[in-house]
Design a protein around this ligand. Structure first.
Ligand code: HEM
Length: 402
C-alpha cells in the first residue's frame, strides 16, 4: 500500500491547529471532555483532554496498544511497526525489558560530558553567524548524535540526510516522499544490522549490537521486532528531544524575565531541573499520546467508548489543565509541584526520560549563555510548525542577534 493511502484516523492538522492547539484544547476541556469524531469508513476517534482522565487512561489496561484490533488501521511503515509502543503484555514487557537497561538514569548520567562537548562544538560553529536555525544547527544534530551514540550508529551514518529520511517516514504532508523514505530507511537498517552481525562495528557493546545478539542467540526478538525497535529508537530518541529544545527555547525567548532565571549564578542545577520540567509541561513535545484503542467498552463522561474505537489522550491539553495546574497557561520556571504528563504515565512511561531531561538540562543554560541576546527572526505566529500527528515541534527556529 502506498504510504499516502495509509488508513489513519483523521487528525486535524489545519495550519491554525498545528500552530496553536491550546485554544482548541481549552474548549475541549470545558465543553467536551470526551469528544468523539465519527466519519464514514474510518474508525471512531475519541479525544480526551482533561488531566485526571488522561492520566487515568494512560495507565488503564482496558485500553490496548495493539493496532491489530482496529480493522484497516495501519500503524506506520510496513515492517517497521512491530515495537513496544504498539504492544500489550506479554510482548510489551519482553520488548521493553530488552531496551530499558540502556536508558536507566545511572547509565545516562555518564553521557553528560559528551552531551556538553557536542553542544559546545555545535555552538562554536555558529558563533559568528548572523543567522542561526536553532533546529538545524543545534537541536537536530545534538539529539540525533546522542541516540546514535547509544544505539551504536557509526559516524558516517549520523548525518543530516539520515535525519531527513527518518523524519520523512512520518511526514503526513506530500512534500516529502514517505514511500521512498521508508525504502531508504530499510536499506539503512540493513547496513546497520549487518554491521553489528559482522562484528566490525563496536563488537556489540552498544544497544543495537546487544539487541542483535539477543535476537540471534536466544530468540528474544524477531527480525521484524529488531528492525522496528531500531527505527522507533532512532525516531523518538531524536524527534521528541529536538522538540523539547525547540519549543523550550522559543518559550524562553518569548518570556525573557523567566529566561533570566536561568542565566549566570542563578542557573543552579536544581533550578535548571525545575525549568526543564516546566518547559516540558508548557509546550509538550509529545502533544498526543501514541495509539490506544478500547479493548472493551469503557464509560467516559456519560458516553460509551466501544471496543475497537481509538482513544487519543491529549497530553498537551492535560498539561494545561487549570484544575491541576494553577495559572496553567503561564510559564513559571519555578513551578512546584509540577506533575506533568509530558513523558506519559504508567506502563508505557517514556524510556528516554532521563536522557531527554539531561539533554535539556545541558542545552538550555548553555544556549542562553553562549547565544547571547537573540530573538526569533519572525513573529511567533509565522514560525513553521511541523504538521505532525503525535509530536509538536518546529521545522525551523530562525534566530537573529539583537
Ligand atoms: C523530551 C523528550 C521526550 C518526550 C516528551 C517523550 C515523551 C514520551 C511519552 C509521552 C511517551 C508515552 C507515550 C504513550 O504512552 O502513548 C513516551 C514513550 C517512549 N519514549 Fe519518550 N519522550 C522523549 C524522549 C525520548 C527519548 C530520548 C527516547 C530514547 C530512546 C524515548 C523513548 C521512548 C520509548 C521507547 C517509549 C515507549 C515506551 C513504551 O511504550 O513502553 N523518548 N515518550
Amino acid at each position: 500500500m502506498p504510504a499516502e493511502a495509509v488508513a489513519r484516523p483523521p487528525a486535524d492538522l489545519s495550519a491554525a491547529r498545528v500552530r496553536d492547539p491550546y485554544p482548541y484544547f481549552a474548549w475541549l476541556r470545558r465543553n467536551a471532555p470526551a469528544h468523539v469524531d465519527r466519519r464514514p469508513g474510518r474508525p471512531a476517534v475519541w479525544q480526551v483532554s482533561r488531566y485526571e482522565d488522561v492520566r487515568a487512561l494512560l495507565g488503564d489496561p482496558r485500553l490496548s496498544k495493539d493496532p491489530g484490533r482496529v480493522p484497516g488501521y495501519v500503524p506506520g511503515p510496513a515492517g517497521l511497526n512491530r515495537h513496544l509502543v504498539h504492544a500489550d503484555p506479554p510482548d510489551h514487557t519482553r520488548l521493553r525489558t530488552l531496551v530499558n537497561t540502556a536508558f536507566v538514569p545511572r547509565r545516562i548520567a555518564l553521557l553528560e560530558p559528551s552531551i556538553a562537548e557536542v553542544a559546545h562544538r555545535l555552538l562554536d560553529r555558529v558563533e559568528d553567524s548572523a543567522h542561526i536555525d536553532l533546529i538545524a544547527d543545534f537541536a537536530a544534530p545534538l539529539t540525533f548524535r546522542m541516540i546514535c551514540a547509544i544505539l551504536g550508529v557509526p559516524g558516517h551514518l549520523d548525518t543530516a540526510a539520515t535525519r531527513d529520511t527518518l523524519m520523512a517516514t512520518i511526514s503526513p504532508d506530500s512534500a516529502a516522499d514517505p514511500a521512498r523514505a521508508v525504502r531508504d530507511l530499510h536499506h539503512l537498517l540493513d547496513v546497520l544490522i549487518a554491521g553489528k552481525r559482522s562484528g566490525h562495528e563496536s563488537g556489540g557493546a552498544d544497544l543495537l549490537g546487544a539487541l542483535v545478539r539477543a535476537g540471534d542467540e536466544s530468540g528474544a526478538m524477531s527480525e521484524e521486532e529488531l528492525r522496528s525497535t531500531a527505527y522507533l529508537l532512532l525516531l523518538v530518541g531524536h524527534d521528541t528531544t529536538m522538540n523539547l529544545i525547540g519549543n523550550g527555547m522559543l518559550a524562553l525567548l518569548l518570556h525573557p524575565s523567566e529566561a533570566a532565571r536561568l542565566t549566570g549564578p542563578r542557573a543552579a542545577p536544581e533550578r535548571v531541573a525545575s525549568a526543564v520540567e516546566e518547559l516540558l509541561r508548557y509546550d509538550s513535545p509529545v502533544r498526543d499520546a501514541t495509539f490506544r484503542c478500547a479493548g472493551e467498552s469503557i464509560g467516559l463522561h456519560g458516553q460509551t467508548v466501544r471496543e475497537g474505537e481509538i482513544v487519543s489522550l491529549l497530553i498537551g491539553s492535560a498539561n494545561r489543565d487549570g484544575e491541576r495546574f494553577p495559572d496553567a497557561e503561564r510559564l513559571d520556571l519555578g513551578r512546584t509541584p509540577n506533575d506533568h504528563l509530558a513523558f506519559g504515565y504508567g506502563p508505557h512511561f517514556c524510556i528516554g526520560a532521563a536522557l531527554a531531561r539531561l539533554e535539556g538540562r545541558v542545552a538550555f543554560p548553555l544556549l542562553l549563555e553562549r547565544l547571547g541576546p537573540v530573538q526569533p527572526a519572525k513573529p511567533a505566529d509565522e514560525l513553521p510548525w511541523r504538521p505532525a500527528r503525535v509530536m509538536r515541534g518546529l521545522a525551523a527556529l530562525p534566530l537573529v542577534r539583537r
